[in-house]
Design a protein around this ligand. Structure first.
Ligand code: AMP
Ligand code: MG
Length: 490
């Protein structure tokens, strides 16, 4: 494996700290080069924010870095070890097809993991080929960037390269590698792994590492590990409330797919809901609806319980006391979630202040949307712009009654119509990555045409802009007899 010598000139600026933890937490990897790497897409804005020289990333040398064919001097190429509850069952996992190549320090001094996903086998591959196909990697690119545009904490996508090698799935696919950017890749499952198989000291080391990296304001607290748990509860409650309010369904909320940083990670079978239905499930492998839309907050809480369990030895020396502390912390989850959720929902309905009946105004609307099969995103848009009232819901007596109550509620807060509309425009996205649009972009990309995807990305990057060109992207798919199905992105 050869090294890139002038990496600093390209803007690579690594300072690797994860490697200072014991090698229990990772394995060093020698990457297998790919046949003929080709850059498919580069996220130029993100690259700039990370401090990279765009032209050099676009050059062939840049492509060789993104494919793993050349290493960056100063990079530590490691696969991270972790475990996780997959659909309720604990398993040892780890980066089976991903590599952390280093921690990039941006010009503003922020630290981001740079990870190659689809880069080949690691000791954690468990029989898998370590590779990824083009369409799922581009899909992760689209959805993660859409989430970023929506203001939802997420890992991001810097680049996708085609490898020139086939990957064998149900048929032969084009191989690809996604370069993913994250505040870190530390998962609930990383804690579960060390708590099950590591020493007390190693658990402490990981917790201290997370405190320093993600929660420096509490790292010296006398009860810092309890506060770590509280911070993770808060950030996950906030994250899942944001998912619910845009109709995002993650699809595979296993504990290895939950980050300590509070970013959405591992875009596999995720998708956005069109018609409002709390039971919506897209993932073909989620047969019992464990990770359905309505279950997402409950499953977040379940996952937090698993995280809290892994922290028990640090919460108190006395196990019973530690359990009590963990239970107290977790018992706050539903209230924190609810207050996040209702505050976003109030904004979506143009409410600046709080009244006790707000919950029923919101719930009544959601119930009608479910009853009349209304589109989740577009209902809020038509309320924002007071248009499109042709459907059976809008013509129903119950909606008219609801609308009158809502208008009265808006009157009582004494804000101008412009202010209400402004708040609603900033709180209700005009566009989400509609499944049929994502599929259309991926189909074109698979045939070598990236323009459809680039146009989609452009629109998704400003969902609150409410511009003319977005209208086309807010149209619903044609009615179909088959529900949309997603597959675990392999
Ligand atoms: P995911 O469902 O994508 O979060 O993946 C679950 C686990 O399976 C992770 O440990 C992945 O690294 C691993 N994995 C997924 N796909 C592959 C693959 N093609 N080869 C090896 N490991 C994989
Ligand atoms: Mg995963």
């Amino acid at each position: 494996m050869t090294y890139i010598k002038n990496a600093n000139n390209m803007g690579w600026n690594f300072d690797n700290t994860y490697i200072n933890l014991s090698d229990f937490f990772y394995s060093k990897i020698n990457i297998d080069p790919v046949s003929s790497p080709k850059l498919i897409i580069l996220n130029e804005q993100l690259a700039k924010n990370l401090g990279f020289n765009i032209d050099s990333l676009k050059s062939y040398e840049g492509t060789l870095i993104f494919s793993g064919n050349k290493k960056i001097e100063g990079g530590e190429y490691i696969a991270q070890a972790y475990g996780g509850h997959q659909f309720g069952h604990f398993t040892i996992l780890g980066d089976g097809r991903a590599l952390l190549i280093g921690e990039q320090i941006t010009p503003l001094g922020e630290r981001y993991d740079i990870q190659l996903k689809g880069s080949g086998k690691t000791p954690y591959s468990r029989g898998g080929d370590g590779r990824a196909a083009l369409a799922p990697m581009l899909r992760e690119y689209i959805i993660s960037e859409a989430m970023y545009g929506l203001g939802i904490p997420t890992t991001r996508s810097l680049a996708v390269v085609k490898t020139g090698d086939p990957v064998i799935r149900e048929d032969i696919k084009k191989g690809a590698i996604l370069t993913r950017v994250a505040s870190s890749h530390i998962r609930f499952g990383t804690f579960q792994y060390v708590s099950s198989f590591g020493s007390h000291q190693q658990l402490k080391d990981l917790a201290d590492y997370c405190l320093k990296r993600h929660f420096p304001h509490i790292k010296d607290d006398s009860n810092k590990y309890i506060n770590l748990l509280n911070e993770v509860i808060k950030s996950q409650a906030s994250l899942v409330s944001k998912w619910q309010c845009v109709g995002f369904i993650h699809g595979v909320m296993n504990t290895d797919n939950m980050t300590i940083s509070g970013e959405t990670i591992d875009y596999g079978p995720c998708a956005f809901m069109d018609e409002y239905n709390p039971n919506t499930v897209f993932s073909s492998i989620d047969r019992n609806g464990r990770y359905s839309y309505k279950n997402q907050p409950i499953m977040t809480e379940w996952n937090l319980c698993r995280f809290a369990e892994s922290l028990l030895p640090l919460l108190n020396e006395d196990r019973n006391k530690a359990i009590q502390i963990a239970q107290n912390a977790i018992s706050n989850f539903s209230e924190i979630y609810y207050s996040n959720w209702i505050s976003i929902m109030r904004s979506k309905l143009g409410l600046f202040d709080e009244e006790v009946e707000d919950k029923s105004i919101i719930k009544d609307l959601l119930n009608m949307m479910e009853k009349y099969n209304e589109d989740y995103t577009n209902t809020f848009i038509s309320l924002t712009f007071d248009n499109n009232k042709e459907s059976s819901m809008y013509n129903s007596q119950e909606f008219k009654y609801w609308y009158k109550l809502w208008q009265e509620r808006l009157q009582r807060q004494g804000k101008s119509k412009e202010m209400v509309k402004g708040l609603m425009m900033n709180s209700n996205p005009a566009v989400i990555p509609r499944n049929h649009r994502v599929e259309e972009a991926l189909d074109a990309a698979n045939k070598g045409n990236l323009n459809v995807m680039k146009r989609l990305l452009e629109v998704l990057s400003k969902p609150y802009e409410h511009s003319k060109k977005q209208e086309e992207y807010s149209k619903l798919p044609k009615p179909s007899n088959c529900p949309y199905r997603t597959y675990c992105g392999t």
